[in-house]
Design a binder for this molecule. Structure first.
Ligand code: MN3
Length: 202
């Protein structure tokens, strides 16, 4: 079995003006495609070749750089595309909204904590909203293509939403202004999809 680059669930220009079409073309068509093909090369002929990506990452040998970087890159970007939508933005509702209010006090407090995690991640990496068994949510960040499923990343829980803060995710449109990109991301978050992830993994 080999992993396939997932199709974007919307057109390259669908997230404009928040995320520009050229960034989406390169990010999906070059970066994510590259992680996918390099992951396949890294697991080819090994006992990882017939496993799910969640299984591979959850049981990862963190010294296996090829699978760590490219498996993380494959998984992280697939989640990232799925939690954005041209019809996104606003705030969550239902059980996820309750969990966010319980954990952070309010949606605005969550937004501040998540934006802080994304803004202060030094260099390349991701910020995450995770759910733990029982339904409690938390915010964390990881370097490079690590993610909360991997052993020992100190992030705990199942990632239900994440933002890519590598410069390739925003540099064409925002240059060094990562906080502006993070603020714009909130205009495209697909909270219906994040709620589904919450319900499926709480
Ligand atoms: Mn990326």
């Amino acid at each position: 079995m080999s992993f396939q680059l997932p199709s974007l669930p919307y057109a390259h220009d669908a997230l404009e003006p928040h995320i520009d079409a050229r960034t989406m073309e390169i990010h999906h068509g070059k970066h994510h495609a590259g992680y996918t093909s390099k992951l396949n090369a890294a697991i080819d002929g090994t006992d990882l070749a017939d496993k799910s990506i969640e299984d591979i990452l959850s049981n990862l040998d963190m010294n296996n750089g090829g699978v760590r970087n490219n498996g993380g890159g494959f998984y992280n970007h697939a989640l990232f595309w799925s939690v954005m939508s041209p019809n996104g933005g606003g705030a969550p509702s239902g059980a996820l909204a309750d969990a966010i209010n319980d954990a952070f006090g309010s949606f605005e407090d969550f937004k501040e904590k998540f934006s802080g995690a994304a803004g202060t991640r030094f260099g390349s990496g991701w910020a995450w909203l995770c759910v733990r068994p029982g339904g409690k949510v938390d915010v964390c960040s990881t370097p490079n293509q690590d993610n909360p499923l991997m052993p020992g990343v100190g992030c705990g829980g199942y990632p239900i939403m994440g933002i890519d803060v590598w410069e390739h995710a925003y540099y064409l449109n925002y240059q060094n202004r990562r906080p502006d990109y993070v603020a714009a991301f909130f205009n495209v978050i697909n909270w219906d999809e994040v709620s589904k992830n919450y319900e499926a993994n709480k």
